[in-house]
Ligand binder design. Sequence first.
Ligand code: CDP
Ligand code: CDP
Length: 208
Amino acid sequence: MIIAIDGPAAAGKGTLSRQIAETYGFQHLDTGLTYRATAKALLDAGLPLDNEEVAEKIAREVELAGLDRDILSAHAIGEAASKIAVMPAVRRALVEAQRTFSQRKPGTVLDGRDIGTVVCPDAAVKLYVTASPEVRAKRRYDEILSRGGEADFAEIFADVQKRDERDMGRADSPLRPAEDAHLLDTSEMSIEAAFQAAKVIIDAALKK
Ligand code: CDP
Ligand code: CDP
């Protein structure tokens, strides 16, 4: 069984995916990390971010086993990831790796932007997790403060909007809900409430 979780930045996809994976004993892949790992490898090697052929070669070398959100969390890496994510050759390479991962075990949760529409169009459960841009920016802001960092809300809000435009506006695999996705607007939901809503949908699919 494959569970596809898509949605914009800071909607709560990762938090929900990890809870689902833990509850049902499923493997989990945060596909955003594959774009981030490719971007970091390019940055570390001093390679250009605007050469599709070079970026594809690096994307094909990404090891799914070593992906770590802490190592890949830097803002500059996220920015670079969102730039190379518009390149069709990079997407093809990473989608291949994501599909291979999804077939490795009987239960899988994948989260990203195009899981229900492109990576796993036959997923048994598709959730499109979203929240208003204000709420998502506030979540990112709180996250930084809680780690003892400093943040500027207006800057984060502008960043969320820019990320949305790039994700929804690209020609290849733009962010949008799959036709058969369940929409989950978490703007006014706690993490637990969002999980309970998802659980009802997953349990119904498991009974089929
Ligand atoms: O993976 P994605 O970027 O969609 O979001 P996330 O990293 O799971 O969540 C972003 C932040 O929002 C985290 O700090 C979560 O704890 C928080 N969050 C929340 O406050 N309420 C929710 N319903 C979901 C997430
Ligand atoms: O930084 P943020 O939490 O918004 O995103 P992420 O999930 O860490 O992914 C980094 C970048 O990769 C995003 O800006 C997306 O544009 C891109 N991405 C994608 O195009 N397709 C996916 N399935 C996952 C991520």
